[in-house]
Design a protein around this ligand. Sequence first.
Ligand code: IVH
Length: 668
Amino acid sequence: MIEKEAIRNRIIKLRDQLTTFNYQYYVLSSPTISDYEFDNLLKELETLEKENPEFDDSLSPTKRVGSDIISSFNQYQHKYPMLSLGNTYSKEELTDFFDRVEKGAGLKPNYVCELKFDGVAISLTYEKGRLVRAVTRGDGNVGDDVTENVKTINSIPLVLMGSGYPDFFEIRGEIVMPFESFENINKDRVEQGQEPFANSRNAASGSVKMLNPKEVAKRKLDCFLYYIQGDNMSFNSHYQNMEAARRWGFKIPDSMVIADSPDKVFDFIEYWDKNRDTLPYAIDGVVLKVDDYLVQQELGFTAKNPRWAISYKFKADQAKTKLLSIDYQVGRTGAITPVANLEPVLLAGTTVRRASLHNADQIELHDIRINDYVFVEKGGEIIPKIVGVDTTLRAEDSPKTDYITSCPECGTLLIREDGEAKHFCPNTKTCPPQIVGRIVHFISRKAMNIDGLGEETVDLLYKKNLILDITDLYRLKAEDIAVLEGLGEKSANAIIDGVLESKNIPFERVLFALGIRFVGETVAKKLARSVGDIWKLRLMNIEQLIEIDEIGVKIAQSIVDYFADDYNNRLVDDLIAFGLNFESSEDDVSRSEILKGLTFVITGTFEKFSREEIKEMIEKNGGKNSSSISKKTSYLIAGKNVGPAKMDKVVKLEVKILSEDEFLQLID
Ligand code: IVH
């Protein structure tokens, strides 16, 4: 009994600690422990919870990884309807708003100035300090219960910290996807043959509505809170209640300020209109709220909006410039992307020279013609886009843009498959950018990681007829490379060494490197680990392939098509003959990333393993070895007989020490 009590106490302590560490990391952005230490505590908690199911808690920090797949979302009626805000783009209308407020309230109130986050609105309900529900806005009255997905967002507290919160309250905010995650997700989507999200708002709202919480957990969403309603709020001031909510663990934006006059509000607007590009996530304006609840009550609501708040939207940064010409780029898969060359123009602090035109439909839609004056805009997107044409400036005889019908690089007639937005050049074998693109993909860091070779060198080697496909990399001779302009003996040797080393790259990465359409990094890993080798994979049909977890018809079809082609089979045979890995080893399967980002120094003598063996284990688990102790050292693995000089340095730099056994536990 006493033991059970001790376990319960340990579980509670771990949950508390993890909640605090999580808050420091995700809300305050100032972690106090390493990821490794965090993971260790989490693992300890996981084990204790598994062994003692009577102490389980659906809001334990272990539950952030995402629950099982949901079949559909339950509908939930909001206790307080989720109203939207009146909005304006003009400073005059804003002055009208201030006048209305002052007249209605009979005084000059303080305004809380906030950013208008461009994501998806969420309402979170807490009872006795615990998250009980997260509901989307829906139609304002009824929304989707997305609690399981929201639990995966690390900056949202599952259990509150501190004290003084009402027994029941609802807090509202915006779930956003920071630009960094947005770009990574879009890159992955393109790699897997999916349409990229148009902007981070769509990406955030798409993510919140996914039926697999484990996938949502990977989306790296964030959440800012901006409105609270509850039974007995402590203050009559919106600002003070938000500050209190910050102390309970919510991410209340640091940008929130209180302004005691309309002039101060205009200063806030001006500052953020200029500086919004510095934020790591999208905003599309500011929101202004009367601070005092009593004044808010006095003003009340219209049918749709509160009279005490308004949003002022920034105009999307736009510029007008001349379209000089259209380039058609051919990607490694043969997809054609039209790109506009513009007369250079300043837009949101950067000079814009090019803008993507996406595809033929886009050009058609806006009837974009060469020599037109076009409007370029930088919205939530990173790459500027053309949003329209100033037709008043168009010459009368200006011809309509005829989309190209043949490949600009090899002349082959383009095709456009049903349901595809893009045109493709079907000449995969001899179209130069497709060949070079495939080689560049093959050597890239996540594929064969061939050091010493970059896009420019590949281009040069191709132009000199030294590499005409990926197999030629393994036929290169140092003396042929050394004579090329800008290369020399040293670079030539580095290239040859890199090529030779790539023969050790595991099968899953070789498979990714082949560049089979829709077989991205994750799919390649999955295939390599479940099928085992290329010989089996080559013989599989669509039915067998779709049996594999996460492999759908589109991917399966693409694999079957790839191996139905003689050219590809010859290429693979050549690579087999050159000694590349086409079989998963036990080793690949046991590889892990648990030591990713950690640097180790090994010292002394060990009992169970040799130093070399320990070094190898570190690498196999994604860690790095280093020979000397520095600020960057994460751990010193100390055996027996550690020299005093090393120990001194360890103490001085506060490097943590692991024994051999502790290290083994860590990678277990
Ligand atoms: S306050 C009753 N504050 O903009 C007031 N909304 O049309 C409730 N939004 O649906 C909203 N940033 O999704 C508020 N700082 C902020 C906001 C904000 C973004 C969104 C929210 C709302 C819409 C208003």
